[in-house]
Structure formats: C-alpha cells, structure tokens
Design a protein around this ligand. Structure first.
Ligand code: SF4
Length: 330
C-alpha cells in the first residue's frame, strides 16, 4: 500500500463560514479527504486571528465551534481528517519562536500580503511584531506536520514560498528534518459578494453557509446583476453577472444554458432569475443544513471531535519537536 501524503490547511475563526469560504476552500478540502491519497490535517488558526484582531477576541471561542460544525456539515469526516485547534497544540508556539530566530527580517518585510493588508485594513492596528511575523507562525503550522502539500489559492502562494524558504534554511543550519512543502493550487470560482465586491464578512455582503429561507432569499434578491441592465426589456450579459456565476455552480447545465439565452434576449427578468437561484442554492445547501442542525443539537459530539483532533495533532507535534530540539541541541 502506498503511503498517504499529508496535507495541512487552516482557517482563521473570524466568523461563521460563507459561500466564498466553502466554494473557494472547504469544498476542495472535502475532495482531498475523499480522494483517499491524502492524510488531511485541518485546523482553526485562532492565534492567527490575533495577529490582526488582538483587540476583538470576544467571539473567537464561539466561532471555533461554529466553524467546526460547518466543516462537519460540509463533509469533513473526523475519522478520516484530523480537525484541531491551533492554540490547543502549544508546540506551534515553540516552533514559531525557534523559526523566528532563523528568519531574516527582510523575508517578512517583502511579503506582498503584509503591505497589501496594511494598506487595506486601515481600521486595524497592524504595526505589531505579531502581524509582521505571522508568515513564520504559518510556516511553523505547516512544517510541524511535515506536510507534503498545502492547498491554497493563488493569493497565498507567497506564504507557501516563504514556508519553503524557512524549511530549507532550518534543514541547512541544523539537520534535514522538514520536507519542503508543495503548494496545491486550488481553482477558486470567481464569485463575489451581494454588492459586487469580494465576499467578506467585513463588507457585510456575504451569504453564509448556514443561511436559509427568508434570510437567504433576501440576500439573493439584493445581489448586484449586470449594471447595464436597467429594465427587464434590456438584453443582459450573463458573463458579467454575479447571479449567473452562482447559477453556474448551483443550477443544472440545461437550466444554465436556458438562462444564458433568455437573459441575452431579455426573455427573463432579474427578479425571476434570482428566485430560481435562491431555489437552487437552498436545494444545494439542504444536506449541509440538515447536518448543521444535527451537530447543533449534539454539541457534545462536536466538542469531543475537537478534543480528539487536538490529541492526534499533539502526538505528531510532540514527535516533531523532539527531533527539532535534538537538531538544535537545546
Ligand atoms: S437575468 Fe439573471 S443572468 Fe441576466 S442579468 Fe439578470 S440576474 Fe443576471
């Protein structure tokens, strides 16, 4: 039997998951788990949430549990994937400290996301050591598990590159312990929030994985469409319409083709098109909603799953750190 290749990925517990998170990452995590060729470690990156939001911690604990419920509902199976919380595995902090010692400051200062986020998130205090150093914490998270690969979107590539450099530097300075992890590029469908900007909790434009009924319909009704289509009699351009992008994921091919045609010849109005989308999304999310309901009423089970995942992660982390201490002679 060929050995499974280990992969690792995480998410910050900044709020319950939205469709952008699901379609951009989580769905792929489930596929990787079901592929059978990978040993998957998925974690809640709660220390990472502090790197940009150290003064907004009141919801972190609750968000951790909500996210694990969403993971389980979306199809992550705790028997096949290790689901854990970063802060429950103290070894991450120890490896972070050790990697900080060998990471040149210039590698962090040239990180494009660092500059971009400082520019974009003007309401946060990002002038901290923690924020500058978060890619080192990420490197510790990944190499701790000797991961073969990291599923990422294209925007995360510079971080994986930095992790690779840090792993190589450690191996060169002390001893060959860490495999240099590969980025496993995830194709992310181009879906925007209801207002046409990137789907994000902070823009208040997200459709959540837990939304259903009136709440879901109201969000879909408010979605931006083709801006040139002012009246129902104006022909539309599905290729620039965010509603159509969602139809492409949730509707069957014959319906997509019909909407495409009807939109172009103004035979369907946006209101009707959105109603059909709401039906399709609700239908598509129903199995996830049923499982969310199950786990919400069996919350003890969720806590047990997290505790078990933490223990499994700790076992691997302890073994790695024993090797690391020995290599550094500390
Ligand atoms: S009919 Fe549908 S696809 Fe066409 S512009 Fe309106 S919402 Fe978009």
């Amino acid at each position: 039997m060929t050995e499974k290749r280990r992969i690792l990925s995480g998410i910050r517990p900044t709020g319950k998951l939205h469709l952008g998170n699901y379609l951009g990452a989580l769905r792929n995590w489930v596929d990787l788990q079901n592929d059978g060729g990978y040993e998957c470690f998925y974690f809640i990156a709660d220390w990472h949430a502090l790197t940009s939001d150290y003064n907004r911690t009141e919801e972190i604990r609750e968000n951790r549990v909500d996210i694990v419920i969403d993971w389980l509902a979306a199809g992550l199976d705790p028997k096949r994937s290790t689901l854990f919380v970063q802060s429950a595995v103290m070894e991450h902090a120890e490896l972070f400290v050790l990697l900080c010692m060998i990471t040149p400051l210039s590698w962090l200062e040239r990180n494009p996301t660092y500059k971009e986020m400082k520019h974009e998130l003007v309401d946060r205090d990002l002038s901290t050591f923690g924020f500058l150093g978060y890619p080192v914490l990420q490197a510790a998270d990944i190499i701790m598990y000797k991961a073969y690969g990291v599923p990422v979107g294209v925007d995360q590539l510079p971080h994986v590159e930095l992790t690779r450099e840090i792993a190589r530097r450690f191996n060169f300075l002390y001893r060959e312990i860490f495999p240099v992890p590969e980025p496993l590029l995830t194709t992310v469908p181009k879906l925007l929030g209801t207002d046409g900007r990137k789907m994000s909790k902070s823009y208040d434009n997200a459709i959540y994985l837990s939304e259903r009924g009136k709440e879901l319909r109201r969000k879909i009704e408010s979605m931006f469409t083709d801006p040139r289509r002012q009246r129902k009699s104006d022909p539309g351009r599905p290729e620039v319409c965010n509603v159509f992008a969602f139809h492409n994921i949730y509707s069957p091919p014959a319906e997509i083709a019909q909407i495409d045609e009807d939109c172009r010849r103004a035979a369907i109005g946006c209101v009707q098109c959105k109603k059909r989308l709401a039906d399709r999304i609700e239908e598509g999310l129903r199995p996830i909603h049923d499982r969310q309901d199950y786990y919400r009423s069996n919350i003890r089970e969720v806590h047990d799953i997290i505790a078990d995942g933490n223990e499994r992660a700790r076992r691997v982390a302890r073994a790695t750190m024993a090797e690391v201490r020995d290599a550094i002679r500390i």
